[in-house]
Design a protein around this ligand. Sequence first.
Ligand code: NAD
Ligand code: ZN
Length: 346
Amino acid sequence: MKAVQMVKAGAEPELRDVPKPTPGPGQVLVKVTAAGACHSDDFVLNAPEGAFPYPLPMTLGHEGVGVIAELGQGVSTVSEGTAVAIYGPWGCGVCHFCSQGLENYCSRAADLQITPPGLGHDGAMAEYVVVDDPRHLVPIGDLDPATTVPLTDAGLTPYHAIKASLSKLLGGTTAVVIGSGGLGHVAIQMLRHLTPARVIALDVTQEKLDFAKQVGAHEAVLSDADAVENVRKITGKDGATAVFDFVGYQPTINTAMGVVGTMGDVTIVGLGDGKAAASVGFWSQPYEVSVRTPYWGARAELIEVLDLARDGVLDVAVERFSLDDGVAAYRKLAANDLRGRAVVVP
Ligand code: NAD
Ligand code: ZN
């Protein structure tokens, strides 16, 4: 079968022919109907050699949707032919975090060498993918695979991030979204649907600012050296109640800290260059600001996000590519030339 694989650190992925996998005991084989390309893939592909000691070559794709094709020995809770989304941040299933569905924070995953598909072992950017346990599958019914697959990360991650600030985002408050890309454009829609907050989006080109407004931002502001001043012109002295940074470089973290108001939340989702740091201390930000760095989301939250999609409140923008053009999808992502998410449809 065809697969888009990371072959070498610091190099472009490659389209390669690999054997079709077979599910082991307890596992499930999924025939992929859509796989998403995430900026985190780009981060991993370009990280220095050894930073992510994945066994290479490795099939990319931590966003996957497909149809159950074959059940491993002993699997009885799911059936062949069911359309499913894959929950990516796998954990051990039994530790305290996993018991709450927060497998993204499994305390034993590292020790047990449990990794997400596409981020440590073969992922979904192929014709077939093996899923380790049926609990990592959520039925999607008749949702469209291509517009649904980004919800497994570009939907789940902002949803988990926003949920933590929901109780603060009341009438008259402001939420700021930095970076209106794959995750950011879904975040804007979730904020509009789940809260009465005024949403201000930031990005680096007029095209992206127009896109942010099309998906629901009330205001769009260029993310430049004047961004803090321009956002504060809108929020007034109170500043923003919640800031979600989907970029995570030092300049955007500085912007986030500059626009947040007293008792506000700063949530840094973007990985940036892996080096940026929030300057935290008594004189660095308003009183009682909370700073968070959430990773992905809980299993139950993926079910909630798919329910939002079923309610028709999410309009996920996707650019479709064939598996043969999977490498081109990553090129376009790296060039920051996408509107929404790049999705490979095998
Ligand atoms: P993306 O490339 O689709 O979107 C990034 C957006 O940020 C683009 O619209 C781009 O124009 C914009 N941007 C770039 N520089 C900017 C700046 N200085 N100011 C404002 N906007 C700027 O990326 P994505 O797939 O949405 O991922 C976003 C980030 O989130 C990445 O760093 C990714 O690695 C990270 N991520 C984190 C998690 C997590 O669990 N924490 C999960 C998925 C992705
Ligand atoms: Zn666990």
